[in-house]
Write a protein that binds this ligand. Structure first.
Ligand code: CO
Length: 134
């Protein structure tokens, strides 16, 4: 069911500083910032060739990463995203095995324009897992 690692997402308090660190200190290719109001984040993509890092900064009042940054003010790893061929089949299989799918279980359009779902961190070793339709 599980395919490749699509991205690792890191919540950051200062997107410009984080982008500069990846670009200038690590020598990575970083995108321009992209505002995603539906998701409450501004995102910068770090292109690693085989996968990506997404740097996430809160956008707006009700950002889903605001409480994370309250607990971890310097930032930290927020979630990992794995690709699946069929997100509905993946969801149904997970629910049948007792996993908790967040947000009512209906896929939403993610940062790359594809359907995504999030799985409860308590079911996956304390790590928030995003599934993205490949
Ligand atoms: Co993500």
């Amino acid at each position: 069911m599980l395919g490749r690692l699509n991205h690792v997402a890191i919540a950051v308090p200062d997107l410009a500083a984080a982008s500069a660190g990846y670009r200038d200190m690590l020598g990575a290719r970083v995108s321009a910032p992209q505002k995603l109001p539906d998701h409450g984040v501004t995102v910068v993509f770090v292109d690693l060739g085989n996968t990506k890092v997404e740097l996430l900064e809160p956008l707006g009042e009700a950002s889903p990463i605001a409480s994370f940054l309250e607990r971890s003010p310097t930032g930290g790893m927020h979630h990992v995203c794995y690709e699946v061929d069929d997100i509905i089949a993946a969801r149904d299989r997970l629910i049948a095995q007792g996993a908790r799918v967040l947000g009512g279980g209906e896929p939403r359009t993610g940062a790359h324009g594809r359907p995504v779902l999030f799985l409860h961190p308590k079911d996956f070793q304390g790590t928030l897992v995003e599934l993205e339709q490949a």
